[in-house]
Design a protein around this ligand. Sequence first.
Ligand SMILES: [Zn+2]
Ligand SMILES: [Zn+2]
Length: 350
Amino acid sequence: MKKTTSPYVLKKKSKIHGMGLFAKGDIIKGTRIIEYVGEKITKAESDRRYQKALERRRNGNGKKGTVYIFTLNKRYDLDGDVSWNTARYINHSCDPNCDTENIRGHIWITSSRDIKKGEEISYNYGYDVDSWYDHPCRCGSRRCAGYIMSEERWPELKRKLLQIETARRLAGRPGRPTISPYITVRRSKIHGAGVFAKKDISADTIIIEYVGEKITKKESDRRYQIAWERAQGGNGEKGTVYIFTLDDKHDIDGDVPWNTAGFINHSCDPNCETDIIDGHIYIISIREIMKGEELSYNYGYDFESWQDHPCNCGAANCVGYILDEEHWPKLKRKLQQLKSRGRRQVTFKR
Ligand SMILES: [Zn+2]
Ligand SMILES: [Zn+2]
């Protein structure tokens, strides 16, 4: 395919990111500058590509997690990640000089104001809040929101950034346990001490940071081994580990006295989840939590040695063991097998 060209722009190195498109001459407002072309794909194929990009980003092995997919209509999307789509070099800006327009199934980049010769062409990528922290913005404009996101989501973004700032400020360190305006620690019916809501907490609130000692994977393995041996000893010593995966190289061991979030219990019907944002682990509400409710998240344990972690969460859907939800079907099969084996033994004895 022949690369898209436009009389209005030329491609060169951008200060924002990689290459960019720049105005060849003055451009007046309302000019269709260049068409955004690509491969027309179904919504199903589009979902598949988003999923793949998400996995690439999660694996974090330096591969790009960027997608160039535009909504065309109810049935089709446009994937602009093709070599002939010159418009894919246009960078995002929080104070853009262009809009995207869908004109009878064609996506056009149109100037939203007069553009001076030499100015970099930009539009707002209009990203959703999903994994916003993976897209920091370097547009350099005075009204930069810090992340690539559609402007209508900015209030939400500001709220999140403020919550993170608060959580970071109140995060514990040696000699000073984490505090939080949202929570209090007291005895729990589930297990030992628990963390409870001091006030109503709305869904999707970044509540508290999970802090600890940053350790290498090797050290992490060593600590798992020690905990395992302790548990095998069976003399009532704890085999619990508080280790969180941070990235490819490091983990966080939350078994430190200043990690208040370490008191949060597991539940099979949790009201929180954990997420890693910019190298820090946070506990985030996944639904509205009422004052006095106990906070919980799914510890996400592996299937290995599931018997060692019975669950007392008391939720209606409790599976009886602390286990990542993805292993629940396997656990249910296992328990079923054990149950029927037990019955056979009884019959035999008789
Ligand atoms: Zn920006
Ligand atoms: Zn449970």
